[in-house]
Structure formats: structure tokens, C-alpha cells
Design a protein around this ligand. Sequence first.
Ligand code: ADP
Ligand code: MG
Length: 856
Amino acid sequence: MIKLIPMQPSLEKLLKFFSLESEKKFDNTAIIGGLAKMLDFWEGEARADGLSEEIIQAVVSRLKTYEKLPPGGRADSLRGLWKRIGEAYPEAKKVKGQPQPQKQAQPQRQERSDDAGSAKPNNAETSPSQEQSQPKQEHQKQYQQKTRQAPPPRFESATSAKHSQTPAALNAELTVLQGVGPKNAESLQKLGMQTLGDMLYNFPRRYEDYSLLKPIQSLMYGDVVTVLGSVQSVHNRPIRGGKQSIIEVIITDGTGALRLSFFNQPWLMNRLKSGDAISVSGKIDQYLGRIVMNSPDWEPVEMEALHTNRIVPIYSLTERITQKWLRGQMNQVVTFWAPAVVDALPEITKREAQLVSLGEALTQVHFPESQARLKLARERLAFDEIFYLQMGVLRQKRDWQDVEGRRFTVTDEWLDSRLGVLPFTLTSAQQEVLKDIRNDLGSGKPMNRLIQGDVGSGKTVVSALGTSMVVSNGAQAAIMAPTSILAEQHYRSFTNQLAGEHGYLQKEEIRLLVGNTPESEKEAIRQGLLDGSIKVVIGTHAVIEPDVQFKDLQFVVIDEQHRFGVQQRAELRSKGTNPHLLVMTATPIPRSLALTVFGDLDVSVMDVMPEGRQTIATHVLRPQERERAYTMLRAQVQQGSQAFIVYPLIDENEKIDARAAVDDFETLSREIFPDLKLGLLHGRMRPSEKDEVMYKFRDREFDILVSTTVIEVGVDVPNSTLMLIEGADRFGLAQLHQLRGRVGRGSKASTCLLIPTHEDATENDRLQAMATTNNGFELADLDLKLRGPGEFLGTRQAGFASSLKMASITDLPLIEKAREQAKSLFERDPYLTQPEHALLAEAFERFWKNTSSDVS
Ligand code: ADP
Ligand code: MG
């Protein structure tokens, strides 16, 4: 995985709320109920991220007193706090985490334009080609007339020679432009532009395509359109006794007249003057038999834009900057410098991928001459982004494989005998993955493999077999899981498999190391790992503590990889010399992300479920049908099964009326199921308490486990057959699927009941999708579409995915095309040392310069 913005998710969240709070002028409304409310979940997340206790306490105490401070004091408090966090966690500081929205957003934008601007040259030595030194006449038209009348003199004087220094000029400050002083430069900086090069990569937010305009005469009721016209009349019509008003505007375009109504916007009286040309966008309505538009979006039309370019760019704006002014500046820069940009992409790549030149792309993306050319421009710019990404990913993969890994080989007989003692036969998918693992271990290169398999697909046994191959050859293995209960569960299955009746290890050679392992035992384990008498250690974060050292660690397994940071994986890996690494995840990863975010890993997919597994029948119930759910639940328990009831929150919060575990636990155990045994599990309990409850549930001391989402990860209680999820609309799709995977792990038919907070949420897309399919991959695809990559990944791994400006991380055809080109380039010139790749190598380094290229 690639580390770009390695900020802990909990810090990211903090920053998000601080920024929101700043946007809301520190009125303590960024979170319902006040900022202190975020401590409900934040503290736990921060601990999970491994933030220092000192920082956690600092956040807790500041947020607790936040409410009492005056707004000024609040701003200072948050800024001070963030500064302190930045000192402790420089990765957070990198975002210049001023809790101010623009300042916070801005470096990200810069990073983006840096990334996207990788092809943007800054090499003063490179003399542009003939073509480049002459701005392309064909694009200029009237725009160029304007720029010709007003050439950018300060700009030229800043760069003594003209086009020969073009690339350097692209690094020039914006104040070299005519009409841009320090004030405007500051505004432009808010939009993410600091240099001329940044301007070229400041792509339009959207376009107004005047070629698609409809004449007023042919407008129909219900049309959603943009109409162009000149203002004929403006009237103010007071209503409700003069307390409110409607501004009525009539516009005409020569074919007919259209009435616009603006409710309560009296200032329009002064803004719109008879004869003004405006474009209005909105829906055509009907009033007394005539067509009207109610409160449409409108903006003044610049006639020149209209006549010169039929497709007009619309840019994001900020204070003091108008569309017209910015467009003029953009035009000036694009006209002169886009054609002069040096294209780093090799000719052969451009030819094979059928791409237009960078100059053409940058010109057309701003001032397109047709939709077709705009499309080609966008394709080229999107290709660049993904191409550099793929080159980085492939390079990381190559770096990883450049070092040697110890060879571990086993015979077929050995493997057959290991498989023979398992209580089941492997699924075809498990066999395939096992083959991959065996190949990797025997290859002489360090394994760097991700197994992705839906919950219950049987990843553990495969990782244990891999461990076996290494350990039977005398080396050591470490297995890391995110929670004690999972570690303990793995410990038991590994012990059964490797040290049981048919195993070849002694029980003492496999050890469990978790947070609350007694210190004396920890010491013994550390000793055993160091002297090599312990072969396998299974544990939580405890295994990456610095004082845990190995004699010969050769195999590292990380379960539920998304729960760990890149740092933690790196730490575990660094305890051996180029150990083989196997990471496992139950979060299905769509192919597009597998090729990008996880592109440096080899991926094995476990897409077959063990025999006898049944699909989990899933139903969405209305809140009024809760009684039915309880009846089903009781019936399951009477048949000897167990059940979960899951809640989104811990206790009742008056503002959010989701049902809460602690509150309902009382009612459930006293009134609804007084005859059954109920257990309660939530995130505020101490880890040892949580484990105890979980163990009791596993050992069937409870019939029903009432819980928050802490049961999400890999817990195996095959006897549980029903899961009731309350407030189901408050969960993400991936989370719902993970939760559901807690049932249906045995051979008994299982059910999942989803009850949303309100009746109208029963039609919720996510809930309906859950009821339609059990396939984690389908759900993941949908989830990615519904939420976008940042939310979907939910970790800093999304860093670069969300930094793409033009490409979409879900655009699989583009990703595959770029990957193919990057691969073939790497085959021709693996280290980009050939002279014709010099520019490319430079652009590539620039693209990745903020990347401490960490592979895991
Ligand atoms: P996950 O992939 O979610 O980590 P586990 O490895 O915990 O899944 O396996 C879930 C359950 O399925 C375990 O009880 C395991 O023993 C069982 N299991 C694994 N492989 C098979 C198989 N091939 N046939 C039957 N049961 C299996
Ligand atoms: Mg598992």
C-alpha cells in the first residue's frame, strides 16, 4: 500500500470537524450536541490508531471545556490544540492543520495540482520545440485578440528570454500577470493556484455549452434548460402585506419571452437592468398557462465569450474574484503557455494509448472548441494521473522484489499430509490461494500478497498452512490481529492445526501475546522469540512493541489489514530480514482499487465459500414490525441457537434518536426476554471486560448478545443464527455486510433483520442492496459508487485516490490502459535511464516526491 498522506484516521476526523466548526464560526454546532460529543467515538478511535495518551488527554480536556469558551477563545483553543498535535504528529502538520476551512483545503489542492501537474515542466534547460514556441493560432480567435491587445508585459519582463524559458516561467508567481496584484494573488491562492503552472491545472468546474441553448419559443413545461436572453423588464411585486416580495423579470431572445420569478431577493432590482444579457438555468414551470422559471440560477453573459467559444468554462470562485475576470486571466495564461508546456509522455505511449498532446489537452480543457475535443483533452489529462500512479505502484512492487527472500519449499507429500488432518477439504479457492502462497515462498523473492475473501471464506486455515511451510523449515512466524479476541481465536486454530494431535510443534512453541498477557509471561515469550525456542507468536499490537525481537522472523501474517496503519505493518515487517508478508482482508476490494491503491501487492481472491454455507436471508423490517423480529429471535433461541442485536450508538443521545445498546439492554432483558440470558458489549468497556463478554457468548452462557459494532471483526460463533440490526440506515454498506458475516458461520440457516430508524428509510439503497445480495464484491462495488473512494477506503490509503482531479479511481478501462502502458515502459526501461525518458523520470519523481514510498 502506498503511503501518501499518512495521517491517522482519527486525526483526519478531528481535522474535519475542526474545519467544519471553523466554517460555522466556532458556534459549537459542527457536531449535534456540541463538539464535546465527538469524544463519544473519537477517544476509542484515537486509541485504536495508537495516538499517544498525552495527545488524547489534551484533546479530551480541550473539547470538554470548549463549550464554555467565547467564540474567539474557541478558535484559539482549536488552533492551539491542532498545533500541539502537529508537533507530536508531523504528518498532521503537513496539512498545515489550521482549523480553518480554506487553509486546510488549500495545501490539499496544492498537492493535487502537484500530483496532476506532474507532467508540468520546470526544466529551464529544455528548449521547447518549434511547435511549442508558437502559440497555436487556431485556438486564439477573439480571446487572443484580447490578449494581444493586452500582452502580459510584467510577465515577460519577469522572464527575460521569451519562449526558451517557458517551463521556468510556469513556476512564476501569479503577480507576474497583468491585473494580478498581491490581493488577487492571495485570492487565487485560496483556489489552489500559486504559479502559472497551477493555473493551467486549475480545471473548470463545469462548462456552459451555448451550442445546446434552446430558443424560448421551443421551451416545454418540465424542461431543465439553460436559456439565454436579454432583460426586458424587472418588477418588484410585494406579497403578504409587503413583508415579502417577488421580483419578476421578463427576458426575450427574439423567438419569445420568458417570465422569471425570484422569491425574496429584492436586491435583484438593482442588479438586473433592462437590456442586460443573462443566462438562466433551471426547470420550466407553468403559471396561469404560461411558461415560467422559478428562482433559476443566473449569471450575466459575456457576449464575447458567447461569440468566440461556444463552450465556456466555469471556474470555482472565491471572494473578490468574478467569473469573468478569472476566465480572462485563465485565457491569458492558457493561450500563451499551454501550447508551450513540454510533454513528458513518450511518443510511443501517446500513440499506443491514442492520446492528444499535453498542450492540446490543456488548451482544450479550458477553452474547448467542441465537445469531442474536450473529451479527448479530459482523457489525456486523466490518463496522465493514472499513468504516474501506475508507474509508482509498479516501481514499489519492483523495489520490493529487488531484494532477496529466503526460499521455503515443501514436498507434495508433506502438503498432502497436512491437508489430510484438516477436518474439511479446502474449497477450490482456498487451494488456489494456497498454491499462490507456496509459489511465493519458493520463489526467492519476498511474498507481498493480499488475500481478499469475504467473511467466512476460510482465510485463517490458509494462512496457517503458509505458516506451517515456513516453520517446518525452522524459521519463525508472527500473526497479528486487531483485537485480543481475534488473536485468541487464531491462537486456538493455529494450535489445533500445528500442535494438535497431528501437529509437529509443541504447544509451548506457539504463543499468544496480547495486551493483558501477564508481564512475567510476556517476558518469557520475548525470551523464547529471541532465542528461537518459540516458533509462532500470535497477538495484537503487543507483538510490534520494540522489545519483541525475533531470532529469525520469516513470515508475517496480518489479519483484517484495514484495521492497521501502514506504519504498524512496516514495524512488524522490520522485525525480520525481508520476511514474506501475507495480509488478509474481508473488505472486498473492487478491481479498480486493487490495481491502484493496492496495486503493489499481489492479490489472491477467495471467492468461493466453504460447502454447506447458506446465504443469510436478509429482510428489511419497518420499525413497527419489531415485535415480529423479537418473535423470530425467540424461536431461534428456543431451537438452541444464539442471536445478536446490534446498535449504532452506545447510549441515548437526545438529538439522534437511534436506539442505543445500553438503554435498550435494560428493556430487552427485563421486559422482552426476561427468561433468556442477555449479554451487553460496547466500545466503552475495558478490553478485558469486552473479551469476557465475548468469551461467555461463545461459550453459550448468553443466548443474545446486545452490542454496538465492536463485534464487527472476524469473531467466529458458529452457533449464532440471527442478527437484528437496529438503526440499520446509520451503518455503511461495508459495515452492514461485515456485521452480517457474524452469523451464518455454521451450517444452520441464518437470518439478518435490518430495522431502520424511521419507516421511510426502509427504501434506503444500502438496505435494499443488503436484502438483494450476499455477495461482498457486488456490495463493495455499489458501496464505492455510493460513497466515493475516500469514504469507501476510510483510511489515509485513499489519500491519492481523492487527490485525482480528472481521473476517476473507479474508471477501470482507463486504469487498465494506463497500467498496460506503464508496464510496457518499465519493460523497455525499468529505471527510466534512457535519455528520451529523462523528462518523464523527472515528472515522475515530482509526482511521487511527497511519497515516502512505503510498501506493505
Ligand atoms: P474468514 O475468512 O472470515 O477469516 P475463517 O477462516 O474464520 O473465515 O473461517 C470461518 C469458518 O469456516 C471457520 O470455522 C473455519 O474452520 C471454517 N472453514 C474454513 N475453511 C473451510 C472449508 N474448506 N470447509 C468447511 N469449513 C471451513
Ligand atoms: Mg478472519
